[in-house]
Write a protein that binds this ligand. Sequence first.
Ligand code: NAD
Length: 350
Amino acid sequence: MKLLITGGAGFIGSAVVRLAMARGHEVVNLDALTYAACLDNVASVADQPGYVFEQADIRDLPALKRIFAEHQPDAVMHLAAESHVDRSIDGPGAFIETNVMGTYNMLEAAREYWIAQGRPEGFRFHHISTDEVFGSLPADPSVMFTEDTAYDPRSPYSASKASSDHLVRAWHETYGLPVVLTNCSNNYGPFHFPEKLIPVVILNALAGKPLPIYGKGENIRDWLYVEDHADALLLVVEKGALGRSYNIGGENERTNLDLVKTLCGILDAKRPRADGKPYAEQITFVTDRPGHDARYAIDPSRIRDELGWRPSVTVEEGLDRTVQWYLENEDWWRALQERDGVGERLGKSA
Ligand code: NAD
């Protein structure tokens, strides 16, 4: 397939690009290269035949129409978004413009192209979204987000993603555009931008800085290794049922405090502190994020039962691989940390 992948220079998008190329697909990587992007994430495939990069902004409808007409993709995987909740609290405007208006532009460009092509049956518009659209869960472990959970977004980020999900479903119901949707839990793994929780913990630990944890660290998240997410996304774009949405999760619930302690333990083993003390000594509790959802947990039974997907690594293996990757790729994260305005987000209210 020729896949038009938006946001392919970001964290998850680049994992999808690398896996798609490894599986023999052609890729058109469309990315505006915002602060969150890094073309090094796709350097391993950039010179391969079948890979094209298009620097374009999804807020620019004429540019999107040109790219569809020129490259004639068989399917779209739409990941481009503003993705950092803390940034959405500081400046929600960009989230509305990119996540809502940008998705509207993608839908319109895709619809025009699909009609011009004679409405090919196999065409797919795959919209990639988050479990944060469902709001917050109680602590009771038997309650999880399913595809039927009512939307209840609570941050500007999740509200903008919820809006985009609704637009995608409306374009299917109203215009018949062949869409599939996925809502995934928190991802982690190689190439994760250094402002997000797991990289912040690893890199601050190594730098001897405090390890910031919001509130008491009791918020629960379900963690999924990014390469398992990329695998699930390729399965859905190829085999997902039209108009259907799939929740993707790793069934790995952890409190933030447990997660940080696990990372500290891995670092203690791989790169002991010079003074021999445990990295957990660096844990610092910071003022909680406003509207911080208590718990997210995904019931992934639909994608498991209907499409046969399962994550390939446990969270312990995935975290181990992730720490190892950061230890081995200092040039990558140092360059991003030195970008303007980066690295001061998480825990800035300490
Ligand atoms: P990211 O911030 O790492 O990457 C986003 C990419 O989109 C960047 O390369 C950026 O340059 C690009 N982009 C941003 N605005 C753009 C615009 N206007 N035009 C074109 N490109 C633009 O994000 P991520 O963590 O890789 O997330 C990718 C997608 O997956 C998002 O849609 C996000 O909502 C969703 N998602 C993320 C997670 C997670 O844990 N990170 C979980 C579930 C779903």
